[in-house]
Unconditional design. Structure first.
Ligand SMILES: CN1c2c(nc(N)[nH]c2=O)NC[C@@H]1CNc1ccc(C(=O)N[C@@H](CCC(=O)N[C@@H](CCC(=O)N[C@@H](CCC(=O)O)C(=O)O)C(=O)O)C(=O)O)cc1
Ligand SMILES: N[C@@H](CCS)C(=O)O
Ligand SMILES: [Zn+2]
Length: 787
C-alpha cells in the first residue's frame, strides 16, 4: 500500500439483493437444475443481473459500488471456491458441478451443511476445512466481476468474506482430529488472501471490502489475536488495494481496538444494531445515560483509535423496512465525525448488506398508504444513504451534539414502525399475564398414550407436502381475481385428500394435511392476523433459489377468526389416524417478519403468542388430537452476545408456553426446529414443554444426539433422518443407522421417525420414495418386518 490510501467516496452500501427484482435468478437456477436450460444461460442471467444492479446503484447516485455481492448460491460457498477449499468428494466433474454438489448434493454425495447466517433468515453453506485442506487461489469470480463492471464504465470495490469470519464459520472436516479448529489454518488461508490482494492490486483495484461479521459475537482472546495477526499481515503487504473491514449485525466490542491497531484503512461499524458505546449510549432499549459497559470504549478514546482511518458508518438499517429517521441519523453521523476527529473520514452506508430487504417499494403499489409512507426497501434506502452523505458533507464540523444535548447520540437511527392503533391488551398489561401451567409431562404422556395408541418409533412428517405448480398458479389466479374462492378451496381440499391418502397408504402413524393452503408458514398467518401487511413482490432470499416475502408487522396483533380449523377438520374427516394441527409459533412469526420497533420485541411476540394460543384452543375444541407449533427460528432470534441470551430465552420460552399451555393433557403438543444448532439450546427446548420435538439433524451431523448435548432431555424427540433440502432419496439403511444413533441415547418410546423439515420444496416422486424408506426403517427396527 502506498502512503496515502485512495479516498473512499462519501456513500456506499455493504451489499445488495441478487435474486433479481422479479426473482430472475431463482427462475434461471431452477431451470438449469431441472435441465431446461444450460449453464451458459444461467451465466447470462447472472451477467444481466449484475449489470442492472451496478447501473441501478450508480443511477441512484451512490458513491462507491460493490462487486462480488452477486452469487449463484451463497457467499460463503463462493469463498470456499475462491480459496480452493473444495473437499475431494465433490471434485471430478466440472467446476459448476462441484459448486452445486456442495450446495445441494448430487448422485452419491450429500451436500455440505447449511445453517443460519447470524440472526437472519438467510442460510449459508458451511465450508469444510481440515488439517489437510489444500488452499489454492481461484480468483476468477472477483476479477471477472471487476472487469465486467468496467465494461459498463463503472469502477467497483470487490466484497469478500474476511479470513477470520470464513474460518470461524467453517466446520472441521469429518476426518479432522477432535482438537482441530478451522481457525488453526489461518496462516495458510492468509497466504491465499495475500495472493488475491496482489492480483487485485495488479488489476488496478483501489479498495477491497473484507466482511468480518463474526467479530460482533463473543470472541476469545486467542480469536482477537487472530484478528490482529490476520490484518497485521494483510495490512503490511506492499502491493495491495486499501482494505475496508466491514462489521455488521452488532457492535465490535473488543474487536474494535484489535482491528483499529492494524494497518487496515477503513472499518465499517453497524450503528443501528450495535452503535459505539460512549458515542452511542442508547442502542434500542438502552438508557441514554448508561455508562460504558466493561470492554466498551468511551467516546473520547474513539478519536485515538480511528485517527487516520476511514469509518464506514452504517446508519441506514439493512435489516428492516422502516424509513430512516433522518434527523437522528444525521446527528449520529455528526457525533461520530466529531468524536472520531479530523484525522478520520466518515462514509455513510447501510448497517449491513441490503440482501435482507426487498428491492424496491415501487414494485409494491398495493400497500396501504398509511403503512407505505413509513417504508423504505433497498432502493429507497440507497437514496437515504446518498441524501445523508450530502447532508453530512454540507454540515460544518463541531455539530456533534444530540437532540438531547448530552453529547451522545442515540444509535436508533430508524423510525419506529407506523404509529400503532390505540393500544389494546398491551397497554392494559393483559398480555403479560402468566400462562396456565400444563400437568407434568409424565401425566400428559400417559393420557396421550391412551388417547393416541401409537406404536413405538411412530412415523410422521413435519407438515408441508410438495407445493405443486398447480397450487401456486391457482393462488396467483385467486389473487388476480381470475379464480373464485370456492374453486380454490376445492383445489386445496383435493390436495389435502391426496396427501392424506398417500400417508395412509404408506403407513405413517401421525398424518399431516400437507399445508397446501399456505404460500408460506409465516406469510399465511400474517395474512389472517390483524396488525400485519403483506407484499405481492417483496421477495427476500432465504437460501439458494428460495425466497420469502416477510410480512410487515406494523400494529397490534389480533386474530379476528380461526385460521386453520376448517382445513384441519377436513383432513381429519378423511382418516382415523390422528392428523396434526399445524401452526407457526410466535417467535418464528416475529423472527421472519419485519416488526414494529416502537414496543419491546418481547411484547410483540407475546401478542402473537396470544393469537396462536386462541388457534390452539379452537383446534383442540374441533377434535384435533395432536397440534404442532413450529419454532424453527427460536435459536435465530437469540441475541448474538451471550450476556443477552438468557433473558431472551426466558421470554421466548414463556411466549411459546403462552401459545400452547391452553391444551389439555390428552392433546399432544409437538414443536419443530430446523437449522438451529439445537444442541446449544437443549435446555430451552426442554423448557418449551412440548411433548414431542422434531428437529433438524440430518445435515448437522446429529449433534443433538451427543450424550452431553441431550443431557436429561425427557420428552419425545424426532431427530430428522432425511435431509429434505437435497433432491436425494435416503436409503432405508441410512435411515436405520440414524435411528440407531437416537436409540443409543433415548428409549424407543420417545424416539420419533421423521424428515428434518417440511417437504414443500420436494416433488411427490421424491417424497413417496423417501417416506416409503422411512416407514420401512421404522418397521424393521420395531421388529415388525425384515428390512
Ligand atoms: C422452512 N423455512 C422457512 C423460512 N422462512 C419462511 N418464511 N418460511 C419457511 O418455510 N426460513 C427457514 C426455512 C428455509 N427457508 C425457506 C424459504 C422459502 C422457501 C420456499 O419454498 N419459498 C418459495 C416461495 C413460497 C411462496 O411464497 N409461494 C407463493 C408464491 C409462489 C410463486 O412464486 N408464484 C408465482 C406464480 C405462480 C406460478 O405460476 O408458479 C409468482 O408469484 O410468480 C405461493 O405458493 O403462493 C420459493 O419458491 O422460493 C423454502 C424454505
Ligand atoms: N411445518 C413447516 C415447518 C417448516 S420449518 C413445514 O413443514 O414446512
Ligand atoms: Zn423446518
Amino acid at each position: 500500500m502506498t502512503a496515502r490510501p485512495p479516498t473512499f467516496p462519501t456513500s456506499t452500501v455493504l451489499g445488495y439483493p441478487r435474486i433479481g427484482p422479479n426473482r430472475e435468478l431463482k427462475r434461471a437456477l431452477e431451470s438449469y437444475w431441472d435441465g431446461r436450460s444450460t449453464y451458459q444461460d444461467l451465466q447470462g442471467t447472472g451477467r444481466r443481473l449484475r449489470e442492472e444492479t451496478w447501473r441501478r446503484l450508480d443511477g441512484l447516485g451512490l458513491g462507491a459500488l460493490p462487486s462480488g455481492t452477486f452469487s449463484f448460491y451463497d457467499q460463503m460457498l463462493d469463498t470456499a471456491v475462491l480459496l480452493g477449499a473444495v473437499p475431494d468428494r465433490y471434485r471430478g466433474g466440472t467446476d459448476e458441478e462441484a459448486y452445486f454438489a456442495m450446495a445441494r448434493g448430487a448422485e452419491g454425495v450429500t451436500p455440505l451443511r447449511m445453517t443460519k447466517w447470524f440472526d437472519t433468515n438467510y442460510h449459508y453453506i458451511v465450508p469444510e476445512i481440515g488439517p489437510d485442506t489444500s488452499f489454492r487461489l481461484d480468483a476468477a469470480k472477483p476479477l471477472s466481476e471487476v472487469r465486467e463492471a468496467r465494461e459498463h464504465g463503472l469502477e467497483t470495490r470487490p466484497v469478500l468474506i474476511g479470513p477470520v469470519t470464513f474460518l470461524l464459520l467453517s466446520q472441521a472436516a469429518p476426518s479432522a482430529p477432535a482438537e482441530f479448529a478451522p481457525l488453526d489454518r489461518l496462516a495458510d488461508v492468509l497466504g491465499v488472501y495475500e495472493e488475491l490482494l496482489r492480483e487485485l492490486a495488479a488489476e488496478g483495484v483501489e479498495w477491497v471490502q473484507l466482511d468480518e461479521p463474526a467479530l460482533v459475537t463473543d470472541r476469545t482472546s486467542a480469536e482477537l489475536d487472530a484478528v490482529r495477526a490476520a490484518y497485521g499481515r494483510l495490512g503490511s503487504l506492499p502491493e495491495r488495494p486499501a482494505l475496508f473491514v466491514a462489521s455488521y449485525f452488532g457492535d465490535l466490542g473488543d474487536a474494535l481496538p484489535a482491528l483499529a491497531a492494524t494497518p487496515v484503512e477503513a472499518i465499517g461499524l453497524d450503528l443501528v444494531a450495535g452503535g459505539l458505546p460512549g458515542l452511542y449510549a442508547a442502542t434500542p432499549g438502552r438508557p441514554t445515560d448508561e455508562a460504558a459497559r466493561p470492554g466498551e470504549i468511551p467516546g473520547k478514546l474513539l478519536g485515538k483509535l480511528l485517527a487516520g482511518k476511514t469509518v464506514v458508518a452504517g446508519v441506514v438499517s439493512g435489516r428492516d423496512v422502516w424509513r430512516t429517521d433522518q434527523e437522528r441519523a444525521l446527528a449520529a453521523l455528526l457525533a461520530l465525525r466529531d468524536q472520531a476527529g479530523p484525522a478520520a473520514h466518515v462514509v455513510v452506508s447501510t448497517s449491513c448488506s441490503l440482501l435482507h430487504v426487498p428491492y424496491d417499494l415501487d414494485l409494491e403499489p398495493g400497500l396501504d398508504p398509511d403503512v407505505r409512507r413509513r417504508l423504505a426497501f433497498a432502493d429507497q434506502k440507497i437514496a437515504e444513504v446518498v441524501e445523508l452523505a450530502a447532508l453530512l458533507a454540507a454540515a460544518p464540523a463541531g455539530q456533534g451534539t444530540t437532540p438531547t444535548g448530552q453529547g451522545t447520540t442515540p444509535a436508533a437511527t430508524r423510525t419506529a414502525g407506523p404509529a400503532p392503533r390505540p393500544a389494546l391488551e398491551h397497554a392494559s398489561g393483559h398480555t403479560l399475564q402468566p400462562a396456565p401451567v400444563r400437568s407434568p409431562y409424565a401425566v400428559r404422556a400417559a393420557a396421550q398414550a391412551e388417547h393416541l395408541r401409537l406404536p413405538p418409533l411412530p412415523v410422521t412428517t413435519i407438515g408441508s407436502f410438495p407445493q405443486t405448480g398447480e397450487l401456486r398458479e391457482a393462488r396467483a389466479r385467486l389473487a388476480a381475481g381470475e379464480l373464485d374462492e370456492a374453486a380454490y378451496d376445492d383445489l386445496v381440499r383435493a390436495e389435502i385428500a391426496r396427501a392424506v391418502a398417500l400417508q395412509e397408504g404408506l403407513g405413517l402413524d401421525v398424518l399431516v394435511h400437507g399445508e397446501p393452503e399456505r404460500n408460506d408458514m409465516v406469510q399465511y398467518f400474517a395474512e389472517h392476523l390483524d396488525g400485519f401487511a403483506v407484499t405481492r413482490n417483496g421477495w427476500v432470499q432465504s437460501y439458494g433459489s428460495r425466497c420469502t416475502r416477510p410480512p410487515i408487522l406494523f400494529g397490534d396483533v389480533r386474530r379476528p377468526e380461526p385460521i386453520t380449523v376448517r382445513w384441519a377438520r377436513h383432513a381429519q374427516s378423511l382418516t382415523d389416524k390422528p392428523v396434526k394441527g399445524m401452526l407457526t409459533g410466535p417467535v418464528t412469526i416475529v423472527a421472519w417478519s419485519f416488526v414494529r420497533d416502537d414496543i419491546p420485541l418481547r411484547d410483540v411476540v407475546f401478542q402473537v403468542a396470544d393469537a396462536i394460543g386462541d388457534e390452539v384452543r379452537d383446534l383442540e375444541a374441533a377434535g384435533v388430537r395432536v397440534i404442532q407449533v413450529d419454532e424453527p427460528a427460536l435459536r435465530e432470534l437469540m441475541p448474538l452476545r451471550r450476556e443477552d441470551q438468557g433473558a431472551y430465552l426466558e421470554w421466548a420460552v414463556a411466549a411459546y408456553r403462552r401459545a400452547t399451555s391452553g391444551a389439555g393433557d390428552h392433546t399432544q403438543i409437538h414443536t419443530h426446529l430446523c437449522y438451529s444448532d439445537a444442541d446449544q439450546i437443549v435446555g430451552a427446548i426442554d423448557a418449551l414443554d412440548a411433548d414431542v420435538t422434531t428437529i433438524e439433524s440430518a445435515r448437522s451431523g446429529a449433534r443433538i444426539l451427543d450424550e452431553e448435548a441431550i443431557g436429561d432431555f425427557e420428552r419425545g424427540l424426532g431427530p430428522g433422518v432425511y435431509d429434505i433440502h437435497s433432491p436425494r432419496v435416503p436409503s432405508t439403511w441410512e435411515i436405520e443407522v440414524a435411528l440407531k444413533a437416537a436409540l443409543r441415547v433415548l428409549p424407543a418410546d420417545r424416539v420419533w421417525v421423521n424428515p428434518d423439515c417440511g417437504l414443500k420444496t420436494r416433488t411427490y416422486e421424491q417424497v413417496e420414495a423417501a417416506l416409503t424408506n422411512l416407514v420401512a426403517a421404522a418397521r424393521h427396527l420395531r421388529g415388525d418386518q425384515p428390512s
